[in-house]
Design a protein around this ligand. Structure first.
Ligand code: NAD
Length: 372
C-alpha cells in the first residue's frame, strides 16, 4: 500500500477522498454534499449496475470502479458512503471497515439488529469512524430545540410526538425490487419515519415501552404503509409515533415536544411554534414564537428525490471533524441502532398484539418476519 497523502489548504485540514457505493437516488445527494465541502473530494463510485456508476462518475468527474473490491483497493478513498439498499448496509459497511475506510452509512443502519451489531463491531475492530445518516439533526430548528433543552427551557419533558405523513405511489415501490420488502427495506416507519423517530429519541431520551399497530392499505407491498405507536420513555414521559406513505399528497414531517416549561413544534426542520412559560413570565406575551409557516412542505413529502444537500453536508463535515479530532461523530452507529431498535419493537408489538418492553433481546426484535 502506498502512503496516503493528505492535501492541505483548508485551514490546515486534510482533504479526504470519498467513494460512494450504490449510485441510485440518494447517491446524488452524497455526491453534491461531498462536492460542497472543501475538505472532501469524491474520487470513485461503484454500483452492481455499471451504467449507474458511470453516469454518476461522469456527472461528478470521478472514477467508476467495476466493483466494491476495486473501490476499496484505492488508497485515495478514505471514507465510503454506503448508499445501497438498506438491508445491504452492514454487508457493504463491514467490508469497507475491514479495508480501513471510515463510514457514512445511509439510514437505517440496516434492517435487523444483528446486522447493525455486526457493522458497529466491525467499525470498532478496524478503528474507523462510523456515522449513520440522520441529516435532520443538523436542521436549524433541531439545533435550536436542543439549545432550549440544554438550557432547561422546556422543564421536565412530558409528551413527545413525531409524525411523518408522506405519500409514495405504487410506482415508487415498483421502481426497484428491494423497495417495500422486509428483507431489504422495511415499511414506512423503517424507511421514511425513522428520520423523525431519531429526532424524537434525541430529544426525549430512550424508550422503555412500545405499543403499536400497523397496516398495509394502499400499496401492493409486503411491508406496512402506515404505522402507529404509543411510547413510554425511560424518563416516565409518554409519546406517539406515526409514519405512513399512504397519506396523499404528503405533509410536513412534524416533531412536537412538550415539557413543564412549554412546547416547541417543528415542521420540516424549522420551529413553527414555541410557547415557553419562562419567556411569557418575562414579557407577558408569547415568547417571540416563530410565526406558523402556513402550508409550505418539503419536496420529500411527495417525492423521494426532493432533498436538500445542506444537512447531509453538515453531517459529513462533522464526520471529517470527528476523524481529525479523534472523537465520536455527532450521530454514531449506536444512535442508528437505537432508532432501529424502536422500529423493530414497533413491528414486533404490531405483529404480536402486545406491548414490547426495551431493551429488547436482539434476536426477538429482528425486523424480518419469522426470524428467531
Ligand atoms: N437520508 C435520506 O433522506 C435518504 C433518502 C433516500 C434514500 N435513503 C437511503 O439510501 C439507501 C438507498 O436508497 P436509494 O433510494 O438511493 O435506492 P436506489 O435503489 O435508488 O439505489 C440503490 C443503488 O444501489 C445499487 N446496489 C444494490 N446492491 C449493491 C451492491 N451490493 N453494491 C453496489 N451497489 C449496489 C443499486 O443498483 C442501486 O443503483 C437506502 O438505505 C435508503 O433508506 C436515505
Amino acid at each position: 500500500m502506498t502512503q496516503r497523502v493528505w492535501m492541505r489548504g483548508n485551514g490546515g485540514r486534510s482533504t479526504r477522498g470519498f467513494g460512494i457505493v450504490g449510485a441510485g437516488v440518494i447517491s446524488l445527494t452524497h455526491a453534491d454534499a461531498i462536492a460542497s465541502l472543501p475538505a472532501a473530494r469524491l474520487v470513485a463510485v461503484t454500483d452492481v449496475e455499471p451504467a449507474r456508476a458511470k453516469s454518476l462518475a461522469a456527472s461528478h468527474d470521478c472514477a467508476a470502479e467495476p466493483d466494491l473490491d476495486a473501490l476499496l483497493a484505492r488508497d485515495d478513498v478514505d471514507v465510503v458512503s454506503v448508499c445501497v439498499p438498506s438491508g445491504l448496509h452492514a454487508e457493504v459497511g463491514v467490508r469497507a471497515a475491514a479495508a480501513g475506510k471510515h463510514l457514512v452509512i445511509e439510514k437505517p443502519v440496516d434492517v435487523s439488529l444483528r446486522a447493525a451489531d455486526r457493522l458497529i463491531a466491525a467499525a470498532r475492530a478496524a478503528g474507523v469512524v462510523l456515522t449513520v445518516i440522520s441529516q435532520h439533526r443538523f436542521d436549524q430548528g433541531l439545533i435550536e430545540l436542543r439549545r432550549l433543552l440544554a438550557a432547561g427551557q422546556l422543564g421536565r419533558l412530558v409528551l413527545g410526538e413525531a409524525s411523518t405523513k408522506w405519500y409514495r405511489s405504487q410506482g415508487y415501490y415498483d421502481s426497484a425490487a428491494w423497495r417495500g420488502t422486509w428483507a431489504l427495506d422495511g415499511g414506512s416507519l423503517m424507511n421514511q419515519g425513522i428520520h423523525y423517530l431519531d429526532l424524537l429519541l434525541w430529544t426525549m431520551g430512550p424508550v422503555a415501552e412500545v405499543t403499536a399497530l400497523f397496516s398495509t392499505q394502499t400499496h401492493q407491498i409486503e411491508v406496512e404503509d402506515a404505522a402507529l405507536a404509543l411510547l413510554r420513555f425511560a424518563s416516565g414521559a409518554v409519546g406517539t409515533l406515526v409514519a405512513s406513505t399512504a397519506v396523499f399528497p404528503g405533509f410536513a414531517q412534524r416533531l412536537e415536544i412538550s415539557g413543564t416549561g412549554g412546547t416547541v413544534v417543528i415542521e420540516d426542520g424549522e420551529i413553527i411554534r414555541r410557547e415557553l412559560s419562562a419567556a411569557r413570565a418575562e414579557t407577558g406575551s408569547p415568547d417571540g414564537s416563530a410565526t406558523p409557516r402556513g402550508s409550505a412542505r418539503s419536496a420529500a413529502a411527495a417525492t423521494p428525490a426532493g432533498l436538500e444537500i445542506a444537512s447531509h453536508a453538515a453531517q459529513i463535515s462533522d464526520l471529517l471533524d470527528a476523524i481529525d479530532e479523534g472523537r465520536a461523530p455527532a450521530v454514531t452507529g449506536e444512535d442508528g441502532r437505537a432508532a432501529l431498535e424502536i422500529v423493530c419493537a414497533v413491528y414486533e408489538s404490531a405483529r404480536d398484539g402486545r406491548t414490547v418492553r426495551l431493551p429488547a433481546v436482539p434476536h426477538r426484535s429482528d425486523n424480518q418476519r419469522g426470524s428467531s
